[in-house]
Design a protein around this ligand. Structure first.
Ligand code: PMP
Length: 427
């Protein structure tokens, strides 16, 4: 038995499913999750001493590679002054200023501790601001585990939400309307049939959570216009895309300004951080400035703020990071595409900047139904073949891969080679 196997056996007896977040359990690819001991730059090391090239990077945050020195130093410096005060600090002011300077839609911002907290708060604020109850989300988009977001429409875009998870009440689900991603007409129909009832539309401006799916030309603009004309709050969930697709996120890259933006992952440099922000007029209804309640004992935590500040300062001061991320993502996608062709497979790769997904399907993937046509058992075999060759992918077909600037040209070549070999093994 490997050390990871031993730890997993024990973990399963004392932690539900053996993990503290479900995808980590390798359920969809089979086998035993690697228990990670450490990571540096482009590599993670497991408890058995194996080294892997990283293509997940903690599901996003490690955009500069693991244990990036300026972030590490900021944390070391910060811990000398105690770890939490539950009182305002200078660093929170600095953080708010920096976020506002980087993210186009943000005029005021509140720090929280996770992406889930950010989206839960944003939707409450949108409801408080508009005095309306319903919201629209897109099939296959993930916005954290808040009750209102754990809804998928099945194939019916126009139907009332059905709870996806036991424990989400029917009443909550009924306020979440769903549409297929990239289907503007479906959104329009929902607005028409729920006149003056829709508080917000929330979306991932590039989806990471059904695999990487790009907005089709005109989609984001169309949703923006519909929200404006119907008086609904447009929320961009940039937990994945924020500070990744550009320093100002997808909204900068596509030139579309939402009313509220939710952030996480990169913003904490690997520490548990989230944030939501947007138009001052809307954010000013948040307590204690206004009546919409939202709070957090550890929110704005000084260690987390220090890590996040070091990360964001670096990104803000080094625009070349984004050029390199585009280059790394582009090369990997091209190499993977070539691998598919050589293996005689007409499979799809979606990529933008440092996000990409090889989909084991011949369908063009523009929404969740397309993504679901993938051969997931082939993906499982491919995943393990990659792992065997020292490449650590997200353990599910329905995730985006995230690359970091720590990936050298040599490593990119190795990953592309592993992809070609793994396909042959997985077919
Ligand atoms: N929104 C998006 C777009 C996400 O990808 C995630 C997590 N992957 C979340 C929200 C939830 O963030 P967290 O896991 O930090 O709660």
């Amino acid at each position: 038995m490997t050390t990871s196997e031993q730890l997993f056996e024990k973990a399963k007896t004392i932690i539900p499913g053996g993990v503290n977040s479900p995808v980590r359990a390798f359920r969809s690819v089979g086998g035993t999750p690697l228990f990670i001991k450490s990571a540096k730059g482009p590599y993670v090391y497991d408890e058995d001493g194996n080294r892997y090239v990283e293509l997940i990077n903690s599901w996003g945050p490690m955009i500069l590679g693991h244990a990036f020195e300026p972030v590490e130093k900021a944390v070391r410096d910060a811990i000398q002054h105690s770890f939490s005060f539950g009182a305002p600090t200078r660093k929170e002011v600095e953080m708010a200023e920096l976020i506002i300077s980087m993210v186009p839609s943000v005029e005021k911002v509140r720090m929280v501790n996770s992406g889930t907290e950010a989206t839960m708060a944003a939707i409450r604020v949108a409801r408080g601001f508009t005095g309306r109850d319903k919201m629209i989300k897109f099939e296959g988009c993930y916005h954290g585990h808040g009750d209102s977001f754990l809804i998928a429409a099945g194939s019916g875009a126009m139907t009332m939400g059905i709870p996806d998870s036991p424990g989400v009440t029917k009443a909550t689900a009924a306020d979440t309307l769903t549409a297929p991603y990239n289907d503007l007409a479906a959104v329009e129909r929902l607005f028409d049939s729920n006149h003056n009832q829709i508080a917000a539309v929330i979306l991932e401006p590039v989806v990471g959570n059904m695999g990487c799916v790009l907005p089709e030309p005109g989609f984001l603009e169309g949703v923006r216009d519909l929200c404006t004309s119907h008086g609904a709050v447009l929320i961009f969930d940039e937990v994945m895309t924020g500070f990744r697709l550009a320093k100002g996120g997808a909204q900068e890259r596509f030139g579309i300004t939402p009313d509220l933006t939710t952030m996480g992952k990169i913003i904490g440099g690997g520490m548990p951080v989230g944030a939501y922000g947007g138009r001052a007029e809307i954010m000013d209804i948040v307590a204690p400035a206004g009546p919409v309640y939202q709070a957090g004992t550890l929110s704005g935590n000084p260690i987390a703020m220090s890590a996040g500040l070091a990360m964001l300062h670096h990104l803000n001061d080094h625009p070349d990071v984004y050029t390199r991320l585009d280059e790394v993502g582009g090369r990997l996608a091209a190499g993977f595409r070539e691998g598919f062709v050589k293996a005689g497979l007409n499979f799809t790769i979606n990529q933008i900047g440092s996000m990409f997904t090889p989909f084991m399907t011949e369908r063009t993937v523009t929404n969740f139904s397309d993504a679901k046509t993938c051969d997931v058992s082939m993906f499982g075999r491919y995943f393990h073949a990659m792992l065997k060759r020292g490449v650590y992918l997200a353990p599910s077909q329905f995730e985006s891969l995230f690359v970091s600037v720590a990936l050298t040209d040599e490593l990119i070549g190795q990953v592309i080679q592993a992809h070609a070999e793994s396909l042959t093994e997985a077919i």
